[in-house]
Ligand binder design. Structure first.
Ligand code: PLP
Length: 339
């Protein structure tokens, strides 16, 4: 049998990790047909593990190995209920590392199964913390495991500087290369804020007057809003990330779960793009924000993940109906100026 292991030879990649990145930009002309407007999205959902977190995982691990903070043969630990956990598990398969993913009962059954298929040990916390959520319980469990497991290393995506650098050196560097002229506004969904900040820092080097809009979930406390129930994973946070740098963000648009679902369905209907909840939030946020933007206007965004893992949420009519029934007033069309 002839095995070609040289990545340089033609189009043969040396592993699935080398398939991360180089995602396309698409113009959403059917969803946003207005003449003086163009909305361009980077399809990060085309990464091999299913999300933009493939980039973050790969970069944080490879840099950690290179600078010696992740020892060879280390046991990685991270608290994640979805995309990052799956991306780390995929990378660990290739890099010969072990991985324990700390999850909670709100993590979907599908994601737990994918994590296990990829060889991760899944550690499920059961006890809600003092705030009624699971975030603090998960962090406590991570710290216990760090003491218990030799050569263990906590990725800590909320504080890891290589989180935003993955997007500065990857996602946004590609976008600048792919664009044929400047853009006026950048929208990104936020949780750790790593992708928004990494892209913003690179984009501002090339387009200094670009306006940066964070898309957050109603009920997320990232920018000081009141905590509330939210069901769509990926977007929003129940803690303030160490990485957050609010002075670099011009505005925040809040999107409810219901609006995100409408956004996802419109994106699928008009553009045939089957994307996850936060992509729907971005579509809804752009629609809300459009009246405040000058014309002509060129908007750039990214769609973080695929729709498959959201069939029981945003694409489930019963889930949507339940949200609509619970809704007592109009969806919160909040836009907050200058955080
Ligand atoms: C689907 C999805 N959208 C948006 C985000 C937000 O990205 P970041 O953590 O870089 O702010 C995440 C992060 O996990 C995600 O999984």
């Amino acid at each position: 049998m002839i095995t070609d292991t040289t990545a340089e030879s033609g189009e043969v990649k040396s592993s699935i990790l080398d398939c991360v990145g180089n995602t396309p930009l698409v113009s959403l002309d059917r969803l946003f047909p207005e003449k003086e407007l163009q909305v361009i999205s980077k399809l990060e959902l085309m990464n091999p593990g299913g999300s933009m977190k493939d980039r973050t995982a790969r970069y944080m691990i490879e840099q950690g190995i290179e600078n010696g903070t992740i020892p060879h043969g280390a046991h990685l630990i991270e608290s994640s209920s979805g995309n990052l956990g799956i991306a780390i598990a995929m990378a660990c398969r290739i890099l010969g590392l072990s991985f324990t993913c700390v999850v909670d009962p709100k993590t979907t059954e599908t994601n737990v199964r994918i994590l296990r298929q990829l060889g991760a040990t899944v550690e499920m916390v059961q006890e809600p913390d003092e705030n009624g959520g699971y975030l603090q319980s998960r962090i406590r469990r991570v710290k216990e495991l760090l003491h218990k497991i030799p050569d263990s290393y906590w990725i800590n995506q909320y504080a890891n500087e290589n989180n935003w650098k993955a997007h500065y050196n990857g996602t946004a560097t590609e976008m600048v290369r792919q664009l044929n002229r400047s853009v006026d506004v950048f929208f990104a969904a936020v949780s750790t804020t790593g992708s928004l900040l990494g892209c913003t820092r690179k984009l501002r080097e090339h387009f200094p007057s670009i306006r940066v809009i964070a898309v957050d979930a109603v009920g997320s406390i990232l920018f000081g809003g009141p905590p509330g129930k939210r069901e769509i994973p990926g977007i929003g946070s129940s803690r303030v990330p160490e990485l957050l740098s609010p002075e670099e963000i011009d505005d925040v648009v809040y999107v409810s779960d219901l609006e995100a679902s409408w956004g996802c369905r419109e994106l699928l209907e008009k553009e045939g793009i089957f994307a996850g909840g936060s992509s729907g939030s971005i579509v809804a946020a752009i629609q809300k924000y459009l009246p405040a933007l000058p014309r002509p206007c060129r908007i750039l965004t990214l769609f973080p993940d695929r729709g498959d893992r959201y069939l029981d949420l945003v694409y489930n009519d019963d889930w949507v109906k339940q949200l609509s029934d619970e809704k007592t007033d109009e969806p919160q069309l909040m836009v907050r100026e200058r955080v």
